[in-house]
Design a protein around this ligand. Sequence first.
Ligand SMILES: Cc1cc2nc3c(=O)[nH]c(=O)nc-3n(C[C@H](O)[C@H](O)[C@H](O)COP(=O)(O)OP(=O)(O)OC[C@H]3O[C@@H](n4cnc5c(N)ncnc54)[C@H](O)[C@@H]3O)c2cc1C
Length: 563
Amino acid sequence: MTTTESTAIEHDPVRPAPHVTHEVLNQAAPRVDVNEYTLNTVLDEAVRRHDAAWAVDDLTEIGALVGTATFQHDAQLADTVTPVLHTFDRWGHRIDEVEYHPGYHRIMSAAVAHGVHTSAWADPRPGANVARAAGFMLFGQIEAGHACPISMTNAVIPSLDLQPDVAALWRPRALSRSYSPDLGGPDKTSAVFGMSMTEKQGGSDVRANTTVAVPAGRGGPGAEYLLTGHKWFCSAPMSDAFLVLAQAGGGLSCFLVPRVLPDGTRNVFRIQRLKDKLGNKSNASSEIELDGTVGVMIGEPGRGVRTIIEMVARTRLDCVLGSTAGMRQSMAEALWHTRHRAAFGRTLADQPAMASVLADLALESEAATVTAIRLARAHDDDADDTERAFRRLATAVAKYWICKRGPHHAYEALECLGGNGYTEAFPLARRYREQPVMAVWEGSGNVIALDVLRAMTREPECLAAFDAEVNLARGADATLDAHLDRVRGQLAELAHSDADVAQLRARSVVESMALALQASLLVRFSPAAVADAFVAARLGEARGHEYGTLPAGVDMAAITARH
Ligand SMILES: Cc1cc2nc3c(=O)[nH]c(=O)nc-3n(C[C@H](O)[C@H](O)[C@H](O)COP(=O)(O)OP(=O)(O)OC[C@H]3O[C@@H](n4cnc5c(N)ncnc54)[C@H](O)[C@@H]3O)c2cc1C
């Protein structure tokens, strides 16, 4: 009897007939052709709540696209058939090009066509950044690597705007909805951006940069300089232009370095090698050498950090979005698997110990989602002073915490798939390798925690705005109220500490602030089952250290049903 014939025979679904050698039973069907937006209730609620209901049709289209088997396959190919550096052409000309799998370009093309790079600048109405964030998360949920240049292209705009003559040329290109993987010529009408700050001797401390820039002519903002030096990390090196920091006398200045010069010749941009990374495989990250490379000064001389920080502030938000998207993918895959597999006589998802793990993972994912979208709304053009002060501090707080929570969340979700989860055939092994980078780049954990301290000290209005936001939830839950008091106490103590003691305590204070923000948002906006469980599990006396240690009385079914 063949295996096919055997399927007609009635037998115990988890026990193959004894004479069949290979029958696939009790495995979940592939999770394909699903709509990742309409299925994501928490994201949909947040999008509508934060003034982006007008974007729901487009998000539904993106959700359907990224849920297709074809898109998922492209994501897998882009991450397994990794970028290849071609330093020279076959005749020996230096070309410094990186070849990607066509699947990567298809994903980039779709992301740009849907505007998840710069739609919020092209149409800056209320909710614009919410819509863009949700689209960015949907793409990033399935393929994370391409999100790096997409994020940098969004983020570069406020830095570009500091140099209006340069912005006049490059802004329309960045806003274009067409994507061309070729470097092209000076008439190219679209552009993707990168940035390069990090050098071998210093990444977090960019003041250690030794790349130098000398004026090619008159010098000053908008003028051409020649850059010489080496950059240790430069992701997406096939981007059309980069913001680069270099010493130009009087301190670090910021330069726009195009890959193709206005006369159509290639700028000197020597890609020395590609990094062999833990994850983030579809995204090429390179080491580059600049040798008389043309760059145009953006912003004031010696104010390079001030100029590029405009960009970094936006990429930090995208780290939050990226980690959150990863949590959603982890959640969706874990729920799918455990709802379609049985062990010891019950569906896995119905086994009490598993139900607790799933509900706990769902709480983390929901807390990250409500926070990420709240933050995105604070980045809209209509933000007033209070909202801008809130986003300055809350983005750093969330970048620290949500990006730190990402890897362990992915690991725990992976374990829900058992052995399958540990194999490359399923997406969570890839996700597990992906999540740590969100915490490393754009300010690693300590650096971000110290940035929170800096913001609170130098810009007291940020703390006032943050405090006002989290205290909107006061009075609803005694445990949360006690935590809010504790945070105020920690902050008061910090204000009287000397600098080293403050740095020593930075992580624990930021952690408390992040939990206050997440809990307050859940209390205000999520169903009681979710908010109560989060407050009890993360702030209460009975909190555990691992996922799946939810206190008694939590309505686990109500929590996971939303996911
Ligand atoms: C995949 C990938 C892609 C990247 N792409 C780019 C890119 O496109 N462009 C770019 O410019 N950079 C890029 N980077 C570099 C990245 O931004 C840096 O690695 C990061 O900023 C940290 O800098 P560093 O590696 O020099 O580490 P360091 O600055 O040496 O930091 C090492 C550790 O020390 C901690 N630390 C630093 N200062 C302090 C302090 N004062 N107190 C306590 N702890 C401290 C940090 O938090 C970190 O944990 C990329 C990195 C990765 C992994």
